[in-house]
Design a binder for this molecule. Structure first.
Ligand code: HEM
Length: 361
């Protein structure tokens, strides 16, 4: 065999080896038996276990898991692509909680910062890593959720975020979209992020009814909230419910609709984006995952972060489809987007339900 033929063969063999190693993701087995893509992530598995045990009552999709997701938003949105509005996803809301929980838009956040603070201190993580890991883990406890990304290695926050970066439910759609655009998000990403309200309840909008859920399946990460925000009518006359600032009465007894969610569902800039989510679990999961991946590293130098997403538990799947709550149907939908067909959804049998508040609120 000539030398040039031999060297061609060697080159081909080498290239083939490289192709094979590029196709097989790198795996590291940690001392505790967990497997991850990067050795640096091994330290996180016991921290995830601690978070599950000490914050989320095992691995529940309850009030604390919901609040952990809300906290990651209120932390990260303290940021502007034009500068001067805070460090973004840096954990400042936890490290400087006395300052940031005093902001009006952070009403109710003090419960979760108080709950997370001692656990955060015991783990040795930076505040940013802790807040955004806890959010990814808490969300994973909710069936139907996408498995969120987790990037590891945020430096400690330098200062609290300034006030007035977090949107309020009383804000106009124009103001909300402008605030999100200032942080780098387009209207499609805003609607995607609002999927979070499928595992949400309000404590401070109406303090007389804490834990009032935003949809009838508050323990499941499904598209039910996108449907129920569109249901016409106010609450039952005998429910004794009165509207508070930031709230639009819901026709479902025991449910609250946020004024901002309702306005976004009806606005020509966002109504079709809202409607397209209904009963499209894959679309909602994909878009929410992508928007959260962006949110959770706002203001961070991602070249310095390590992808430790494989420490996040795999969420249970959603066993859909979604349904109209009993006694509701297509005739009750306040449809603002006429350009696309409304999905066909069946109704649960039985009398109209009364939703229970989320325990622990
Ligand atoms: C237009 C933007 C938004 C507004 C005006 C808004 C407003 C609110 C309000 C008023 C509450 C209830 C607070 C209470 O009374 O206790 C709430 C709850 C919640 N929000 Fe949002 N939100 C927005 C966007 C988001 C985003 C982007 C996320 C996450 C990615 C998020 C996650 C949550 C969660 C998970 C809860 C429930 C917390 C719990 O049940 O403990 N929100 N939101």
């Amino acid at each position: 065999m000539s030398f040039s033929r031999l060297s061609t063969l060697v080159a081909l063999a080498l290239a083939a080896t490289q192709l094979v190693s590029a196709a097989v993701p790198k795996r590291v087995t940690c001392a505790d038996g967990n497997v991850t893509a990067n050795k640096a992530c091994c330290a996180l598995f016991p921290i995830v276990a601690t978070i599950q045990e000490q914050l989320f009552d095992g691995a529940e999709c309850g009030e604390e898991a919901h609040s952990a997701l809300r906290l990651s938003f209120h932390d990260a949105i303290g940021f502007s692509i034009h500068g001067g509005k805070g460090g973004g996803a840096d954990g400042s809301i936890l490290a400087f909680n006395e300052t940031e929980t005093a902001f009006h838009a952070n009403g109710g956040i003090d419960d979760i910062t108080a709950g997370q603070f001692p656990v955060f201190q015991a783990t040795g993580l930076t505040a940013g890593d802790f807040v955004h890991l806890a959010a990814a883990v808490g969300t994973a406890n909710c069936p139907g959720a996408p498995r969120l990304q987790f990037m590891f290695g945020r430096p400690p926050p330098k200062a609290p975020a300034p006030d007035l970066t977090v949107p309020e439910p009383t804000d106009s759609v124009t103001a909300i979209l402008a605030r999100f655009a200032d942080a780098g998000f387009n209207p499609q990403e805003v609607v995607a992020l609002l999927s979070s309200h499928t595992i949400a309840a309000a404590d401070v909008i109406d303090t007389s009814i804490p834990g009032t859920p935003f949809d009838s399946t508050v323990g499941t990460f499904d598209t039910q909230v996108f449907l129920e925000v569109l249901l016409k009518g106010t609450s039952f006359p005998d429910a004794g419910n009165t509207s508070h600032p930031g709230e639009v009465l819901s026709p479902l007894r025991g449910e609250m609709r946020l004024q901002s969610d309702f306005a976004i569902s009806q606005d020509p800039r966002t109504a079709c984006l809202w409607q397209e989510m209904i009963n499209d679990q894959t679309r909602m999961q994909t878009q929410f995952k992508a928007a959260m991946a962006k949110l959770q590293v706002l203001g961070q130098d991602t070249r310095k972060l390590i992808d430790c997403s494989d420490v996040v538990p795999v969420p249970a799947p959603f066993k859909g489809p979604i349904t109209f709550p009993a006694s509701f149907s297509q005739k009750d939908v306040q449809q603002a987007c006429r350009q696309i067909r409304f999905p066909s959804i069946s109704t649960v049998a039985g009398p109209a339900p009364t939703l229970a508040p989320v325990p622990g609120s």
